[in-house]
Ligand binder design. Structure first.
Ligand code: ADP
Ligand code: ZN
Length: 288
């Protein structure tokens, strides 16, 4: 049995599963303050007889083992969690632990148990309350100096855009233009209630496709997986595929781009890609 913790800004999903990625049981604990939330998480895993724990967490977070920040939540706007030693607070469980960002965990879940099995270079993008990118390059989850923060890449404005994005740091970043709250700010309604308005999805897909073209040109992924609440609008997929090819302008010729319907795809694990990725992070801590 392997423990899995998907640490999110609103809830903590705790689960136990087996090494083939099967989730046997899972619970959800509200993310309030570390003082309130952590004892509940520890309480859940105590007595579960887990061999290891994998943690996928919101960030920014220190993901480089051996650095002083490893396992710490860094400069999050959630002040109660800022500089909190997440991994250290789980040490009383006494099992080996693996840790990465929530989106890297989802990427790993899809690469181990889902639609990206067998591939080495994959990106996973979540478009929800925020926008995050997880990436594996040549079989290794990408960290670098921190970890990718590709939700904040800068984009050129749509011709009909009339305002700055909603990110407090950037006027024209991906998250500020395409997240759920960004859609709500621009159109004055929740994204789910705008399903029938084609102008909304034309603009949304314009920005997402622009970002994907940049990621394709930079990271050369073999597959791009799109998840998160906003991507429940399935009509986005054909729009994004078509516009991504248009932004690439015919410059690249690869087998993958020829088969664009199988290149830019929805998450395949029914919302469990993150927690299943955490199982794999736990296995990784055991060297398996
Ligand atoms: P989070 O990013 O907080 O982990 P989600 O991925 O579920 O959670 O994203 C929540 C965001 O997705 C909200 O801003 C919400 O408006 C948007 N959203 C949720 N469901 C839908 C839907 N069916 N269509 C479009 N947007 C949605
Ligand atoms: Zn930004």
């Amino acid at each position: 049995m392997i423990g899995a913790l998907e640490a999110g800004g609103t809830k903590m999903v705790c689960a136990v599963g087996t090494e083939d990625g099967k989730i046997l049981e899972q619970v959800s604990i509200p993310t309030t303050t570390p003082g309130e939330t952590m004892p509940q998480i520890l309480g859940y895993f105590k007595g579960k007889d887990i061999r290891a724990l994998g943690v996928g967490t919101f960030g920014p977070v220190g993901v480089r083992p051996g650095t002083p920040e490893y396992g710490f939540i860094l400069d999050t706007p959630k002040l109660d969690w800022r500089h909190f030693d997440l991994l250290g607070s789980l040490a009383p469980l006494g099992v080996p632990m693996g840790l990465d960002t929530d989106v890297n965990a989802s990427c790993l879940g899809e690469m181990t148990y889902g639609c990206a099995a067998g591939l080495e270079s994959v990106i996973y993008i979540t478009i929800g309350t925020g926008v995050g990118l997880g990436a594996a390059v040549e079989g290794k989850l990408l960290h670098g100096m921190l970890h990718p923060e590709a939700g904040h890449i800068l984009l050129s404005r749509h011709q009909k855009e009339w305002q700055n994005g909603c990110c407090p740091y950037h006027q024209n970043c991906l998250e500020g233009y395409v997240s759920g709250p960004a859609i709500e700010k621009r159109w004055g309604k929740k994204a789910a209630d705008l399903a029938d308005n084609p102008t909304v999805w034309a603009m949304e897909s314009y920005y997402i496709a622009q970002a994907l073209a940049d990621f394709i040109l930079t990271l050369s992924p073999q597959k791009i997986i799109l998840g998160g609440g906003v991507m429940k609008q399935e009509q986005l997929f054909p729009l994004i595929r078509e516009k991504t090819l248009a932004f690439l302008g015919g410059y690249l010729h690869t087998m993958e781009l020829e088969d664009i319907d199988n290149y830019i795809v929805p998450a395949s694990l029914g919302g469990d890609q993150g927690i299943m990725g955490c199982i794999k992070l736990g296995l990784g801590a055991l060297g398996e």
